[in-house]
Write a protein that binds this ligand. Sequence first.
Ligand code: GBH
Length: 447
Amino acid sequence: MSFNLPDHSPLRRKDFLFGVATASFQVEGATEEDGRGESIWDRFCATPGKVLNGDNGMPACDHYHRWPADLDLIKELGFDAYRFSIAWPRIEPEPGVWNPAGFDFYDRLVDGMLERGLQPYATLYHWDLPQYLGERGGWVNRDTAYRFADYADKVTERLGDRVLGYATLNEPWCSAFLSYRLGIHAPGLKDDRLGFQAAHHLLLGHGLALPAMRRNAPKAQHGIVLNFTPAYPATDSADDRLAADYSDEENSHFYLQPLLTGEYPEAVRQRHPELMPTVYPGDMDILKRDIDFLGVNFYTRAVVKAGEGQDYEAVPQQAEETHIGWEIYPEALTELITGFKDRYANLPPIYITENGAADNTEVEQGEVNDSLRVAYYDRHLQAVQHAIEQGVDVRGYFAWSLMDNFEWAEGYSQRFGIVHVDYETQQRTPKASARAFSDWLSDRSGM
Ligand code: GBH
């Protein structure tokens, strides 16, 4: 069984990269080992009512100890690359204290990839902010952007260009809006103004980090990973169409446009001047520093209508969805990135850095028949192909995720892995989706 991509598919080219992705807090476990400091997610998990079933970062997948076998598995399945993230609290457990054991772990991990012929793609920040920075206001505090740049300097100095691709941030929309505006992620605040201010400081941290990253790893590609949930109007009415357009300005272009043009979208600035972040002179030039790639994370779309006293309001769909309740709508991925190409003359090459589905099918007689996930991947790979056929420069695709892991506020209840994890025994069982990838990967013609 493999995916249904035609013989001429550009995804068959040997230079189109296929990888799997994970993130430190979601897979590593070992939260108190080798001098790791506390992160805002350790604290959030320990706060009653924040994470389903009171789950936390232990044991996760114990990847901190099991990484050699995990890398073997990635290689055996036939992937080219592994996208992982680095836990800031392992590297800088206390302000200005750089932990040798933290650097060593990622050093070994990267060497382990290179020994196996796997290409390392590192994300410097996938949400596990040191708790001491959280206590100083987290991303609402401008100083956090400078602290991030120092941390990025230290990490890239050590790993250098053994890492082929560095992403500064994973999904700043989540780190700003889910964390400070919608209150679903750590630290769980609900304040529109704080959400926008955090967004600016995240993007500022990204821009501040780039020069040292380029100096330390001159041959690596440097970029950022953004998440997108494109909005579609619930009806054809002008109001609903406007609501959908506005949702995209606020949730997608607010994060992408400043990086490419040095300006926040006009539509948001005009409609909500009172929410706009404090921006210092010169900031926008820092945000606009060149990136070598844009990482696109895509899972689903939103359907919205004009809301009463709201800019837009989600309309629940009676549609095909994954087990977490997100609609399956692959066309939105094609339309999203072709839309970027039309809007931005200087759009950099794109990697799909995450795409995947919650399919909670369990092990039965040693196998996991996650047919929903297989179909999801099949359709989304075709969606990527369609975008390439329409002229979008997509260079690679990473499945989220290598294995089931800690799904943030959902705890361990939602499974996104192509490999099943038994959290009691830590046994890994490749699912039908892993087999589909492996068949597909071995079957690439190498045009
Ligand atoms: C990513 O976040 C994360 O990078 C990763 O760590 C995580 O495990 C993975 O995805 C799976 O969640 O509630 O119907 O409006 C994705 C975050 C997912 C946020 C889609 C917006 C909208 C769905 N995005 N979500 S809905």
